[in-house]
Write a protein that binds this ligand. Structure first.
Ligand code: NDP
Length: 332
């Protein structure tokens, strides 16, 4: 079987040369283990951070080791009393076509509730990130203005829809006209701004006539700078990510924030979705309820073929995805 290893720490934007396809035997499950065929692999911006040799909330990938991320797979052989052949499971597994894992490393998912891939998107880590970052840190109220960057991505698209459910005026910022149309016409955002073609300060001022109460920060850099002058008193800023800086070689000078935070008495709080691990059940149930009631929609950009996994990851930094970026490796 094929697997993908990190063989070089990327300098700046990662390239194909930083990765290697390798052959490995499939392996046999021992007592308490299962053999899983990989169906879907999640490619995520945060994986870029794990390719650097720096201490963070998740340890860096080892060089010459298989990359890992959230994966959906099907049990094809079980030596565990918890799993049967054909069970569909998820866990943090390797970028490889098959995995032999301990029963404790995976959990079953209910594919009657939603298609399996949804457990990598709206019902998975990115949906939970949207849910907790928005509701726990920002707690948007009816009539408030919520701005979200990376708005057509996996996290941002769910943030905007939950904010709409809460009765907010929702403005998304994204990088193509197709995404802008999607946000306004499909997801019901009140306004959406293409940061690549529009003058962002002017467009934001127009889209947010009552100022900004919540800024859900996914991208960092200049977009954040444009939002800050419009913050209302007691604004809240969940700092979820800063993808615009992930490939910078020098440390980013960061957001020029202090004076704006002081002027607006705003709260800016960083978080990782793992902070809410004890409440994932609550988040999953709420998201599944909205999904079933048709109150939230989700989009996935599915790249076919294990051989295209690296390209799907690199495409995140070009904005090629609408909604969650996922690689389909095999049929369930
Ligand atoms: P997305 O699905 O949003 O994919 C990444 C998107 O980022 C691209 O489609 C692109 O959209 C946008 N982008 C890429 N480069 C830039 C740039 N230079 N400036 C502005 N936008 C850019 O990814 P996720 O939803 O998975 O993640 C969104 C953010 O949330 C990331 O920063 C990620 O690291 C963070 N995150 C944090 C978590 C936490 O626990 N704190 C958990 C999960 C994600 P466009 O066309 O609009 O440019």
């Amino acid at each position: 079987m094929q697997q993908i290893k990190l063989i070089k720490r990327p300098s700046g934007t990662p390239t194909n040369e930083d990765f290697e396809f390798a052959e490995a035997p499939i392996g046999e499950p021992a007592e308490g283990e299962v053999l899983i065929r990989t169906n879907y692999i999640s490619v995520d911006p945060y994986l870029r951070g794990r390719m650097n040799n720096v201490k963070s909330y998740v340890p860096p990938f080892e060089l010459d080791s298989v990359i890992t991320s959230a994966v959906i797979g099907q049990v094809i052989e079980s030596k565990s009393t918890h799993f049967e052949k054909n069970d569909v499971v998820t866990g943090g597994l390797g970028w490889q076509e098959y995995s032999v894992v301990q029963e404790s490393e995976v959990r079953k998912i209910d594919t009657n509730l939603a298609p399996a891939s949804a457990y990598l998107s709206v019902l998975g880590m990115t949906g939970l990130t949207a849910y907790f970052g928005l509701l726990d840190i920002a707690d948007p109220k009816e009539g408030e203005t919520v701005v979200v960057s990376g708005a057509a991505g996996a996290v941002g698209s769910v943030v905007g829809q939950i904010a709409k459910i809460k009765g907010a005026h929702v403005v998304g910022i994204a990088g193509s006209d197709e995404k802008i149309e999607y946000l306004k016409n499909e997801l019901g955002f009140d306004a959406a701004i293409n940061y690549k073609t529009e003058e962002i300060e002017t467009a934001l001022a127009k889209a947010c006539p009552n100022g900004i109460d919540v800024y859900y920060e996914n991208v960092g850099g200049e977009i954040g700078d444009a939002v800050l002058p419009l913050l209302n008193k007691f604004a809240r800023i969940p700092v979820c990510g800063a993808i615009s800086a992930y490939n910078n070689k020098e440390a980013d000078i960061g957001l020029r924030v202090q004076s704006y935070l002081i002027k607006s008495s705003a709260l800016m709080q960083g978080f990782t979705v793992g902070d809410y691990a004890s409440r994932f059940k609550e988040g999953s149930e709420a998201l599944a309820g909205w999904l079933q009631a048709g109150e939230i929609q989700y989009e996935e950009t599915i790249t076919e073929g294990f051989e295209n996994t690296i390209d799907a990851f690199l495409d995140l930094f070009q904005g090629a995805n609408v909604g969650k970026a996922i690689v389909k490796v095999s049929d369930i």
